[in-house]
Structures are given as C-alpha cells and as structure tokens.
Design a protein around this ligand. Sequence first.
Ligand code: IPE
Ligand code: IPE
Ligand code: MG
Length: 233
Amino acid sequence: MDNLNVPLHVAVIMDGNGRWASNQGLPRLDGHRAGVKRIRLVLEKLASFGIKYVTIFAFSTENWSRPQTEVSGLMGMLREVIDLESQSLHKLGARIIHLGRRDRLDPDLLNAINKAQELTKHNNYITLCVAFDYGGKDEIVEAIKRIIIDGITPSEINETLFANYLYTKGIPDPDLIIRTGGEQRMSNFLLWQSAYSEFYSTNTFWPDLGPLDIEKAIAAYRNRGRRFGKVVP
Ligand code: IPE
Ligand code: IPE
Ligand code: MG
C-alpha cells in the first residue's frame, strides 16, 4: 500500500473483551488481560502505515458503573501496563498522552501516568493517546467550566478556542474511528472530534483483532469519499 490517503489519526473503541472471555468460559478480567496484550501489536501495525496519531478508548466515564471487581481489575491493569510498556514505547519513539479526567484516579496511577507522559514527551514517531476515565460529554462540560474560569467572553469563543480547551488540545481530529465487537455506536467517545470521522465497525472482538483486520479497515477508509459538506465532482 502506498502512503496516499492514509489516515493521520486513527481512534479505536476497543470493545468485546468481556464477550471474548465468556465465549471461552473465562472470567471477564481474562478478556481484559488478553485485550491489553493486543494493544502493542495493533499500534505497531497502524504505525507501519505511517499513521501518526492513535487513540485508544480504554475506560469510559460510564465504565465506573461496572462491578467493583472489574473496575479495580482494570485500574490495576493500567497501572501494570504503564510500568511494563512505558520504556519500550519510549524506545519505539511513541509519545504517550492521557485523555480524560484525572481527579478520580488513584494518586499512584496518576503519578505513573505523569511519569510516562514526561518520559515520552519529545518523541515524534507516533503519538498514542490513551482515553481513560474519558467521556465526550464530560470533556465538553469541563471545557466550558474552564472557559468561564478563564474569563473568556462570548465574542472570543469560536471552534478553535473551544478545541483548545479539550483534552485533545493540539491533536488533529480522528480521520477514522474503528470499533471492534460489532456495535454501531460511539458510547460517548470523542463527540466533538468525530464530527467528520469515518466510522468502521468490525464484529471481531478486540482480543482477536489482527493485522489483517487493520488492513481491511484502512482499505475501507481509502475507499470512502470524504466531502466535509462540499459538493465533490
Ligand atoms: C471493552 O470490552 C473494554 C472496556 C470497556 C474496558 P468490554 O468489557 O466492554 O467487553 P464486552 O462489550 O462486554 O464484550
Ligand atoms: C466503550 O465500550 C468503552 C470502551 C471501549 C472503553 P462499552 O462496552 O463501555 O460501551 P457500551 O456500554 O456497549 O455502549
Ligand atoms: Mg463493551
């Protein structure tokens, strides 16, 4: 595949870990564990296309409503994966950025996130945004609060200013959003930023997503006619 018409930013809703586990008679957390292992492979496959930004949806503001054991299991997994993967992602040249609320995360987890961001902040091979305790509605509400705190007047507010108050400040909007697990919905992911994203849904559960699925998603993207509201001959 040539480099023409490759998305700059691919965002992924990593769904289906629980169903993947249930199908094999395993506890849901085993599905999450298998899911975490998939991230590196998918990231490298996306990077091999020349994609410069990858965002992964790892935990939504609504996911706190899951059973406490699942929530704490997921928190523990993120904590582990930061320690295990930060150095090797750094070697790969990946810049890590957290998207989402920080105030509800354990201080120890927050500290690990800060360290990973600091370690990798000058890397430019690829940017990996990890959406964790992220919700699109929450992001917009938080942006409005900070705009008011900063004393911005109505006449100063425009789309560019607003985008600079979002967690994704400085990150281009996703060109392609891939959802695994078969659902056809956004589940509160990147509501502002997805205004003109192409959506691709695959029935494959996240822990089974392989290089071929990624190739199919990119190929589908390349066949889409993006018009941004214009008339294109
Ligand atoms: C996605 O997998 C991961 C998170 C939401 C943390 P799910 O846990 O939602 O898996 P399913 O949708 O129940 O199969
Ligand atoms: C979306 O998946 C959130 C993440 C992948 C982190 P969910 O499983 O939470 O979404 P719904 O509940 O099916 O909409
Ligand atoms: Mg799900």
